[in-house]
Write a protein that binds this ligand. Sequence first.
Ligand code: ACO
Length: 379
Amino acid sequence: MSTSGVEIRRGLMGVYFDRSESCFIDGSIGKLLYRGYDIHELAEQSTFEEVTYLLLQGSLPTRSELSAFDSQLRSDREIPDGVVDIIDKVKGGHPMDVLRTAVSALSAWDPEVKDNSPEAIIRKGLRLTAKAPTIVTTHERLRNGLDPVKPNPDLNHSGNFLYMLRGREPEEEEIHIMDVDFILHAEHGSNASAFASRVTASTQSDLHSAVVSGIATLKGPAHGGAAEEVMKMAEEIGRPENAAAYARNILDNGGRVMGFGHRVYKAEDPRARHLRERSKTLGEAKGQPHWFEILTNLQEVMKPYQSRGIFVNVDFFAGSIYYLMGIPDDLFISIFALGRIPGWTLNVVEQYSNNILIRPLTEYTGPMDQPYVSIDRRN
Ligand code: ACO
């Protein structure tokens, strides 16, 4: 409560601002459902295409529905030459800045940009889901002086992303890991970037603008940027035996160990489970088990923090997996964004299903009724 009696909930912590049918989270026990389906079952048995259908259409597809949906996604992957030119012009920027710019530019080529009907938003969301990997990989190739690789319609969403990134067909296991990763990142309720998307949509703007807001908001290390920071930390640590001292030094100086803590989860983030095992096995398969050992040792140091509700989050193991797949550090967060486009789209559809301008208040604490003094009389 403030001095004037106004109740202030900084960071909107614990505030419910609307209802949603997309995502259920019980942070006290680490439970996450997409449209009522447990994230563990989806990660173990589903595919990114199927989860995207589930999120955007509201139910699991039949075989023929999924096939038509998947064909649509595959046929929407190419990006206009004009967007490739823009990517080329800004290729010196961080991949998230380039992705944000290119998604914004895509609106100029989208025939339905102004249509805010649910059907059009879903079609646009699918186009963005399909095209965003092409943006990220086109940028990666151009900044390395390589020609962009055209999408391969014979590969699924995850396989095609890895193919366009590296210019060679990925192994089945890598495609599967990428797919699980995209599933785990697809949606997460009213997180900061989804909320930003909703605020943008609430002004009756459009989906491209809302997704641009989502990308811009995801970029910060308190949200999606942590995977990159975790891997930088692991690289600085270098050897498993250095991990404990490194983390203690951060904590003793009041800092935060990246990849731990979550606004909603006060138990382990359920998404981390699916990446932990893969970080271990991939490290062993690539002859680099020390990354997983470094992460395990960091977890040991952070154990006392569990009593304060600080556990590993989804970003903790993700960075090591991307690294082991040969993906550069500064692309990690873009991968999160690629997975999250269906989630942002769903939030916009929900916002428009019962729209209200999102416009909270701040309590004014500055001076009042100041006399205006003209510039030549100020000293
Ligand atoms: N390491 C050490 N201490 C931590 C950590 C951490 N990673 N996270 C939180 N704490 C401590 C804070 O210092 C604070 O302590 P205090 O009460 O003594 O001041 C307390 O826990 C609460 O922290 P808040 O920042 O108030 O909690 P909030 O819910 O706002 O923070 C956040 C959540 C931002 C994710 C935080 O845990 C953090 O900064 N983590 C590191 C970055 C990270 O991993 N981000 C990815 C999040 S997952 C995602 O977005 C997909």
